[in-house]
Unconditional design. Structure first.
Ligand SMILES: Nc1nc2c(ncn2[C@@H]2O[C@H](COP(=O)(O)OP(=O)(O)OP(=O)(O)O)[C@@H](O)[C@H]2O)c(=O)[nH]1
Ligand SMILES: [Mg+2]
Length: 458
């Protein structure tokens, strides 16, 4: 256990909340609270209990009526003694109590320092600490679940078992090198290294694959609104975002460049992209916009294709139906307030009736069905894998990719008969890189950088 000084911070959000918490952690937390608390004798109370009283300043003047929680280490978040002062939420009351703790000998905590202590004292590992950071910042409920899973150590467990496997291979090689009774030491070691590297590589690739899905939660599902000009794409963006961000006119070709918004539809995070209407055009700026629309359509996770039911299907409509046929898509039939002109008999191969949702954006009809469809696609796992235990951040992903590279070098080295001890260096490097994910091998500088991203008081 690291010996440290006593830190203090306001750990609830600053604002006019009903209750605020000032939290202290460290060897002097208990003696400090005894000095500034009037009520029961806190030196006599058992751990993990809460007590009513008042916080007083140096002149014994009452600052606030409080409930104080006493949590003695090591069964605490930081494994140190922790004292939580539940006071009235106003900013002035909390600041005064904070100042009193500071005067009594505590030091103001750096951002993330409570969590850093939890890590340094072995209470959580690094990927759990990062999950906690995501949790604090998680915007939607689903992202929250994924963070919780990581907190339980799903990723850490997987990485640890990989490292364990690698360590066993290393040990096995050491043994063969130490007892070279056999002539084929090199060959056997090579074989072990290649096999292990390939197995580990495959598992890393699986994790990365799932991370791709997990990442959707933080960034939102890329959802492209596509269609020929004037069908109501920008109107839909405005409707869903509850804004008038996109310009809407009855002139075909109004939207020239993409407009992007992050929204949340029934808990599903969408990265919504309104695009320029697709058509043949001689106009240079519009041509660029149309090319961009096509590219975004290809790259998106979900396409919302809008058709205008008050017009005949055009060649462009048919082309778009065909191009999006094997993508996740929703077909909206807009302008149902106008007389119907559309006829689907030509395109019956390109779509199913169940894909179509009739709407009128102007009359606010059918849009609840769109929201429901998005929700269903997502939670049924159709929009992407339901396995979201990963939620890697970019640091994890980089480390995983670097260890893949190192393993490739191991395999190459073995195949080109490079001496085994040189190959071992790459193998050990891959092992170290994986260790950085869980914090089993990590430098101080990185730690400071990571933990400083936490909110103050966490
Ligand atoms: N009657 C009717 N008109 C609508 C409906 N939704 C949108 N419009 C109108 O259709 C016209 C075009 O709407 P936009 O949202 O600008 O269409 P767009 O698809 O973004 O068009 P471009 O940006 O040119 O590609 C506007 O005049 C809208 O008011 C609807 O449900 N019914
Ligand atoms: Mg538009």
């Amino acid at each position: 256990m690291y010996i440290m000084d006593t830190i203090v911070a306001i750990s609830t959000a600053i604002g006019e909340g009903a209750i605020g918490i000032v939290r202290m952690s460290g060897p002097d937390a208990l003696s400090i609270i005894e000095r500034i608390f009037k009520g029961k004798d806190l030196s006599q109370v058992v751990s993990h209990t809460i007590h009513y009283g008042h916080i007083v300043d140096q002149d014994e003047k009452i600052l606030d009526e409080v409930m104080v929680t006493i949590l003695k280490g090591p069964k605490t978040y930081t494994r140190e003694d922790i004292v939580e002062i539940n006071c009235h939420g106003g900013i002035v009351a909390m600041q005064r109590i904070l100042e009193t703790c500071l005067l009594a000998g505590a030091r103001i905590a750096e951002p993330g320092e409570f969590t850093k202590r939890a890590f340094l004292n072995g209470r959580i590992d690094l990927s759990q600490a990062e999950a906690l950071m995501d949790l604090i910042q998680a915007k939607t409920g689903k992202a929250m679940d994924a963070s919780l899973n990581q907190l339980k150590g799903t990723l850490s467990n997987q990485i640890r078992s990989l490292r364990h496997e690698m360590l066993e291979s290393l040990a096995q090689i050491e043994v063969t090198i130490d007892y070279p009774e056999y002539d084929d030491v090199e060959e056997m070691s090579n074989q072990t290294l290649i096999e292990t590297s390939q197995r580990v590589k495959q598992k890393i690739n699986e994790i990365l694959q799932k991370a791709q899905n997990g990442r959707l939660f933080r960034e939102g599902i890329r959802t492209a609104i596509i269609g020929k000009p004037n069908v109501g794409k920008s109107s839909l963006l405005n409707y869903l975002t509850g804004s008038d961000k996109a310009i809407v006119t009855d002139i075909a070709g109004t939207t020239r460049d993409t407009i992007e918004e992050y929204i949340n539809v029934k808990g599903v995070p969408l990265h919504l992209i309104d695009t320029a209407g697709i058509r043949q055009t001689q106009e240079l700026v519009e041509q660029i916009g149309v090319a961009k629309s096509r590219k975004i359509m290809e790259e998106s996770d979900l396409v919302i294709l809008i058709l205008n039911q008050s017009e005949q299907l055009s060649d462009i409509d048919k082309e778009l139906l065909s191009l999006t046929n094997d993508k996740k898509r929703i077909i909206l039939l807009n302008k149902t307030d106008l007389p119907s002109q559309i006829d689907f008999s030509d395109v019956s191969n390109e779509m199913e009736a169940s894909e179509i949702i009739p709407i009128s954006i102007i009359k606010d009809q059918g849009l609840d069905l769109l929201e429901k469809r998005i929700e269903d696609l997502f939670y049924s796992g159709n929009l992407e894998s339901t396995d979201i235990n990963y939620l890697l951040n970019s640091r994890h992903t980089t480390l995983l990719k670097q260890s893949l590279q190192a393993l490739d070098e191991v395999i190459l080295g073995c195949q080109s008969e490079i001496p085994i001890d040189l190959v071992q260096i790459d193998f050990t490097r891959a092992w170290d890189l994986l260790g950085e994910i869980t914090g089993d091998s990590v430098q101080d500088e990185l730690l400071d950088k990571l933990f400083s991203q936490f909110c103050l008081g966490k």
